[in-house]
Design a protein. Structure first.
Length: 364
């Protein structure tokens, strides 16, 4: 079976086995140390033997890892490292999946105990009270302990979590990119509306520049510019963080290169400024990479442009615009950032607060 797996899947399985062996050695040493000092007897964690029929329900790479004796939670935690965020979590769908994953035979508190978390953690998910995204490891553990007859899979939970597999994406990359674009458009429009600005979408125009053809990912007419109905163009810079197993080199070098890639995108965009018919009142490069955003902002803080150009940082976990950097501008009118921080919402006392403690009961 192992030989029939692709090279990528064989490498992933090898990494899973190696990590599990390290964890096993640590557990054995801790157990022996406790016994040596006269501590209470420690029961070895029993592995739950799965039948071949049960194993066959899982994907090929998961099946082989299960046959090697790896716990499902470790398998899913490692698989989660291959995923990249393409949109904010779907809180409604995630809440539904967690309730279904619990199954009819367990209380939510029992489900939380099996996962190894406090009941309040699941309560926040079920009641849609999480401020941002949950950890990938929590989603993996929920999948690993899901009721076998619930129909809930690891892939379903990760999709509701806003993640998609970044390894072996192949021909699905175009769909993946379009999904990110839809999410970014929705987040940016909502961020403008909530700040009281008007937004009207306009079909992006294909521009002929000295650097070649260029088209913005989103054009809007809005009063957020320095003019009442100004045109604002957004260029989405797709720099998805790659899984750790396929990245190399010092972290500082990677950050510098990602910041440089963002600036190269700006150089291409700047060819528009030579267009005789340039009509944009504001243009923005949009990224979800915070390291690249602040690296580029640091390099651009002493540059001066004749046009209003900003970098915009979108947080895909919370679905918010986290920051906007205005490249120094020498225009006639003062041009300020639009995505200013919103006031923190007042926390209201909830009747469900008592459900977050150890006495948490199942939601109705």
């Amino acid at each position: 079976m192992y030989a029939t797996l692709s090279n990528d899947k064989q490498q992933i399985l090898h990494e899973l086995l190696t990590r599990y062996q390290v964890l096993h050695i640590i557990n054995v040493r801790n157990r022996d140390a406790t016994r040596a000092i006269g501590g209470d007897k420690m029961d070895d964690q029993k592995k739950v033997a799965l039948s071949e029929e049960e194993i066959s329900r899982y994907p090929d790479d998961v099946q082989e890892a299960l046959r090697q004796g790896l716990p499902l939670s470790i398998i899913y935690r490692n698989l989660a490292t291959q995923y990249s965020r393409i949109k904010p979590p779907d809180k409604d769908l995630l809440a539904e999946y967690v309730v279904r994953a619990k199954g009819p035979e367990r209380s939510m508190r029992q489900f939380a105990e099996e996962i190894g978390v406090n009941a309040s953690t699941l309560s926040r998910i079920v009641n849609k009270k999480t401020a941002g995204a949950n950890s990938d490891s929590l989603i993996a553990d929920i999948a690993a302990h899901a009721d076998k007859n619930s129909g809930i899979t690891f892939e379903m939970l990760m999709q509701a979590h806003g993640m998609e597999n970044a390894v072996g994406r192949g021909n699905s990359y175009l769909r993946y990119e379009r999904e990110i674009e839809r999410s970014l458009k929705s987040i940016l429009i909502d961020a403008l509306l909530v700040r009281g600005y008007s937004v009207t979408l306009r079909e992006p125009i294909r521009h002929k520049t000295i650097a070649g053809r260029f088209v913005f990912d989103m054009d809007i007419v809005t009063n957020a510019t320095q003019e009442e109905d100004g045109l604002w163009g957004f260029d989405f810079c797709m720099m998805v963080q790659q899984p750790s197993r396929i990245t190399s080199g010092p972290v500082s070098h990677q950050i510098r290169m990602r910041g440089y890639n963002l600036m190269r995108r700006l150089m291409r965009l700047s060819a528009l400024f030579a267009d005789y018919n340039y009509e944009y009142k504001r243009v923005s490069l949009v990224t979800t990479d915070s390291d690249a955003f602040y690296e580029a902002a640091e390099r651009l803080k002493e540059c001066y442009l004749k046009y209003a150009v900003t970098l915009v940082l979108v947080n895909m976990e919370t679905g918010n615009v986290d920051d906007e950097f205005m490249i120094p501008w020498i225009g006639e009118a003062e041009c300020k950032t639009v995505f200013t921080p919103l006031p923190e919402p007042e926390e209201k006392e909830s009747d469900d607060d008592d459900l977050w403690d150890d006495d948490f009961d199942d939601p109705e």
